[in-house]
Design a protein. Sequence first.
Length: 179
Amino acid sequence: MTTPTIISDVQEIAAPSPRVTGGILYAPVGTTLPTTALGAPDAAFKTLGRVSVDGVDRTEDRGNTEINDWGGNLIAVLQDKFGITLKFKLLQVMNADVQKAAHGAANVTVTPATTSTGTEIKAKINAALLDTGAWIVDGFYMKMSMRLVVPYGRVTAVGPMKWVHRELVMYDLTLKPFP
């Protein structure tokens, strides 16, 4: 009897979960970046709290043009562009760091709590470009550590925010990494 051939190895599959410290972290451009999936990131990285059950969508855009010969035969496919898009929904909307990621640091003012009022977070919503920063998506699955590092990226879209008593309010963010 011969040893069966392993067609797939279940140790190579993953369904990442966020770390207890948070799954998405943000820091100013120039912050020291992690070089492995293990270990604590630089202290300048701020966790953006809980992310919706949808997790993080990572999409590669490889726009291309098909080239045909005179007879109509496909003879080449040229790649016109390349880009990555990350989409995620941040749940902790009353967190100052989340507000800064969604509106820009210069547009967010935090007034500390007093004996008569709680902490006040004011966010201006305007047409200014949002901040470019360094981002980490940090996760694990069983004994595996998984980390996506974006050294230079900017939130380019903030999706609709629904205020309704049956759902949590969340920031639906689209992040575009740059080379």
